[in-house]
Design a protein around this ligand. Structure first.
Ligand code: HQG
Length: 180
């Protein structure tokens, strides 16, 4: 059952963050999809996905990747998009330090150019070192960078926090990264 959830959650991430067109779905400018339309259009790919299972996945997802609107007629991904949408997050003051988990092979480029958002809308940062470790471990032996987010903020950088707690910013210049 758990494996099934994970599989469907990955499919939902693909549709709601990157490729709604794959199933002929349209997201609005804030990333919302109509729940009924989503369920209808996922039938062919995920025949087990009905409203009860969708509710369960939204509720139990380990990173709260998805959210319903107030009356539960629409659903969106909380962060991680590559398609252009406006999540309408308000700028927020970050803690003094945040963490980013990556792998050794990117380190030279990061030293030179800082952290770039690559294919996503923002650079993703974590409040907890443990979380950053997990993020890095997706790609191999994790390498954890400490980001001087307080100093960046003091110097005018904008930060946002997604509904599932991920800190987002445009890019992180090398001078704000502790490479230890
Ligand atoms: C690296 C997952 C070369 C960066 C995770 C990362 C997270 C550079 C990769 C969320 C670079 C981008 C985001 C530079 C950054 N040169 N490489 N200048 N700057 N990089 O997946 O932060 O499961 O777009 O270190 O758990 O790994 O999807 O970002 O390795 O929360 O919900 O380029 O995605 O969450 O990779 O992960 P990503 P990320 P979900």
């Amino acid at each position: 059952m758990k494996i099934n959830h994970k599989h469907i959650s990955k499919f939902l991430s693909l549709i709601l963050r990157h490729d709604p067109v794959k199933i002929g779905l349209q997201l609005d400018e804030n990333g919302w999809a109509d729940v009924n339309e989503l369920l209808n259009k996922t039938q062919k790919h995920q025949p087990n996905l009905d409203i009860d299972l969708l509710n369960k996945i939204v509720e139990t997802n380990d990173k709260r990747r998805f959210a319903f609107n107030e009356d539960c007629t629409r659903i969106r991904a909380n962060q991680g998009h590559s398609i252009k949408i406006d999540l309408e997050y308000n700028p927020k003051q970050p803690p003094e330090f945040l963490y980013h988990g990556t792998v050794a092979k990117f380190m030279d480029a990061i030293r030179e150019k800082g952290l770039l958002k690559m294919s996503r809308h923002h650079v993703h940062l974590s409040e907890e070192r443990d979380t950053a470790t997990k993020v890095g471990a997706r790609r191999g032996k994790p390498f954890i960078l400490t980001i001087r987010s307080g100093a960046m903020y003091a110097n005018g950088a904008e930060f946002f926090q997604s509904d599932n707690g991920v800190w987002l910013t445009d890019n992180v210049e090398s001078e704000y990264i502790e490479f230890k």
